[in-house]
Design a protein around this ligand. Structure first.
Ligand SMILES: Cc1cc2nc3c(=O)[nH]c(=O)nc-3n(C[C@H](O)[C@H](O)[C@H](O)COP(=O)(O)OP(=O)(O)OC[C@H]3O[C@@H](n4cnc5c(N)ncnc54)[C@H](O)[C@@H]3O)c2cc1C
Ligand SMILES: NC(=O)c1ccc[n+]([C@@H]2O[C@H](COP(=O)([O-])OP(=O)(O)OC[C@H]3O[C@@H](n4cnc5c(N)ncnc54)[C@H](OP(=O)(O)O)[C@@H]3O)[C@@H](O)[C@H]2O)c1
Length: 563
């Protein structure tokens, strides 16, 4: 019987899941709510570009074309790269666009039966159970709904889209009383460049938030309006930003993303020796963090404008709270095109915003919430079963607890990819999916549910400890190599991926170090540059298509009530 795999989402993670599923002879179907691939990259601000170097954000077996010279490619270059990947591995025929999954339900085994299992999914295996996932898919064009049956579901729905985090306000103190326009950054990013530029042109814009999106929008407003219509960025906690130059990327790699750097931090499940080494190296770790903080304080007017974070650079790195500074950001602050206000709370009035501690309202035409997303709630909402919803939300004081950050010990035949934040999120998704393909192929044996829970909780505790109040984003950047080591061992590969001890200790790890871990060999991409001949900024739109109509899954027609 065919192993039916459904992948939800065609962003970076979904494309990877599809490629590796095809690799081992499966026939996956990918449901994508939008009409194109790329996820967050398919609708960004005009100024968005990669924050990590292209060597860090690349597929292990599909290099960036040599024509891309920028260290930090633009968003349209990233989209072209993803589309070329999809074409090269022939993924598009597997993708059903404009297909939003509005619910998934596991049918066939009762909650009590599942509760009594000692092994994941009853057997510890990915396929072959009597239970099936019912995947309810809405066609976003005509709103019709179909239910597909699958043996295994891979959730690749992303953390930073779909469910906006908008602050709650007391009655009559929220956007409803404001006579200007209030919107979330996701809606602003979804506008085409011209409409977005029109919206902010000659307007007084206030931006809520202090992380990457807030700073980018502030920079775009300042560029459009100058000092005549300054924009105001309202932050409750300052963040560390790095200048977006080549040196920053290089330095970060050598100071934080090599094996030696990881030896200076405590890792979940480490031996006594490793723990002792981390203790011995902790002054070095502290010194590096202080050195970078001192450099940034000396180089940027952080104190003058209230942009000095209250946490160390190291803590910022460990919780994925470091971002790249937009071009000329502090020049715009110095000239007065960007005004920074520190405030823990605010409310709306007709003319704009009432900021805590200020006597007069901030008169504003447009308010943009760059306040992030509720990634964990979006994940929860896709499950129809309240029991599974509770498993996902888990404890309100811990991140979602996943075995190897991939499988929930008590949710059968489902994998979650892309939930953890990481500085190299593409490579992180790829190694997880490679692990999953080994599991699909029968090369990985799972321990008992109890042991899976132990491992998942150990990582959840670690994440909580190192990421502080940002724990729900499950950043694992400070133990990334350690995490990859574990997956390599599960798959039977040597985790030391570099030639020579010194290289393995000091050269930063990148996705290409993990090339060749797939279960069935797949030829290394040797794409000629002619595959990348589209003009920069010109991005093809792949609309829903499947010429054969051959999505090989049983369909349950809800209206007609039959399979
Ligand atoms: C503006 C921005 C810039 C970023 N820049 C970087 C960077 O420079 N470096 C870095 O490492 N990371 C960056 N990130 C993090 C980024 O999220 C990851 O790099 C990566 O692109 C995430 O891919 P993903 O496939 O896991 O999720 P997403 O890109 O979010 O893709 C999820 C896909 O699932 C689809 N989907 C969601 N729900 C459903 C549903 N119910 N039914 C059907 N389809 C659904 C969505 O439409 C989307 O296409 C950035 C994030 C943002 C928001
Ligand atoms: N490559 C790129 O150029 C690029 C561009 C944009 C985004 N990104 C990535 O996309 C991800 C999301 O970034 P993001 O900036 O959109 O979201 P984010 O990282 O979640 O930041 C949200 C911001 O909103 C603030 N905030 C949240 N709730 C608030 C409230 N109730 N009142 C006031 N402030 C509130 C947060 O402050 P606190 O810190 O105080 O909670 C924080 O400053 C990140 O991984 C980022 O690196 C990348």
């Amino acid at each position: 019987m065919e192993k039916q795999v459904v992948i939800i989402g065609a962003g970076v993670s979904g494309l990877l899941a599809c490629k590796y599923a095809l690799n081992i002879g499966l026939n996956p179907i990918v449901f994508e709510a939008e009409e194109r691939i790329g996820g967050v990259w398919s609708h960004t601000l005009e100024s968005t570009r990669l924050q990590n170097t292209k060597e860090i954000y690349c597929f292990s077996d599909f290099p960036w074309p040599s024509s891309i010279k920028d260290t930090y490619p633009t968003h349209s270059q990233v989209m072209e790269y993803l589309e070329a990947y999809g074409q090269h591995f022939n993924l598009f025929p597997c993708i059903k666009f404009n297909s939003k999954v509005i619910g998934i339900d596991y049918v066939g085994e009762s909650d009590e039966e599942m509760e009594s299992w000692g092994l994941w999914g009853g057997t510890g295996k990915p396929f072959g159970s009597k239970g099936k996932w019912h995947v309810k898919v809405q066609d976003t064009k005509n709103c019709s709904i179909q239910v597909y049956h699958a043996e295994f579901v891979v959730l690749c729905i992303g953390q930073f889209s779909g469910l906006a985090n908008i602050p709650a306000f007391l009655p009559n103190q929220g956007p409803e009383v404001f006579k200007g326009k209030a919107m979330h950054s996701e809606s602003f990013s979804a506008l085409d460049n011209l409409t977005a530029a029109e919206l902010i042109k000659t307007k007084r814009v206030a931006i809520i938030g202090s992380h990457k999106t807030a700073a980018d929008i502030a920079a775009e407003c300042a560029k459009a309006n100058g000092v005549k219509y300054p924009c105001t960025m309202i932050q409750r906690n300052a963040r560390w930003f790095l200048p977006g130059d080549n040196l920053s990327g290089l330095l970060l790699g050598f100071l934080y993303f090599n094996r030696f750097a990881e030896m200076s931090v405590h890792k979940p499940g480490e031996t006594f020796l490793l723990s002792f080494i981390a203790f011995l190296l902790s002054p070095l770790r502290w010194g590096i963090s202080k050195f970078i903080e001192t450099y940034l304080k000396w180089n940027l007017p952080l104190k003058k404008y209230g942009m000095l974070p209250k946490f160390s650079f190291f803590q910022g790195m460990s919780s994925c709270q470091i971002a790249m500074l937009p071009d000329k950001f502090y020049d715009r602050v110095e000239e007065g095109s960007i005004i920074i206000k520190n405030s823990r709370s605010f409310s709306f009035c007709q003319e704009g915003l009432i900021i805590d501690g200020e006597t007069r309202p901030l008169e504003t035409d447009v308010v943009i919430f760059a306040t992030g997303f509720k990634g964990d709630e979006k994940l929860r909402n896709i499950f129809e079963s309240p029991v599974f919803q509770n498993y996902i939300m888990g404890s309100p004081t811990a991140p979602v607890s996943l075995y190897r950050q991939i499988l929930h010990p008590r949710i059968p035949r489902l994998a979650i990819i892309g939930y953890n934040e990481n500085f190299s999120s593409l490579g992180h998704s790829e190694i997880k999916i490679v692990w999953l393909s080994h599991f699909f192929d029968g090369n990985i044996e799972l321990p008992s549910i109890r042991d899976m829970e132990k491992e998942a909780n150990m990582w959840a505790d670690h994440i909580k400890q190192v990421t502080g109040r940002y724990y729900r984003r499950a950043c694992i950047s400070n133990s990334n190599i350690w995490y990859n080591d574990q997956l390599c061992k599960d798959m039977g590969y040597n985790p030391r991926r570099k030639k020579g001890l010194l290289a393995d200790l000091f050269i930063p790890y990148a996705p290409t170090d993990y090339a060749g871990l797939a279960t069935k060999s797949d030829s290394l991409a040797t794409l000629p540059d002619s595959h990348f001949t589209r003009q920069q900024g010109q991005v093809a739109v792949y609309v829903a298509f499947n010429p054969s109509g051959n999505f090989n899954l049983p369909i349950y027609d809800e209206e007609e009530g039959k399979i």
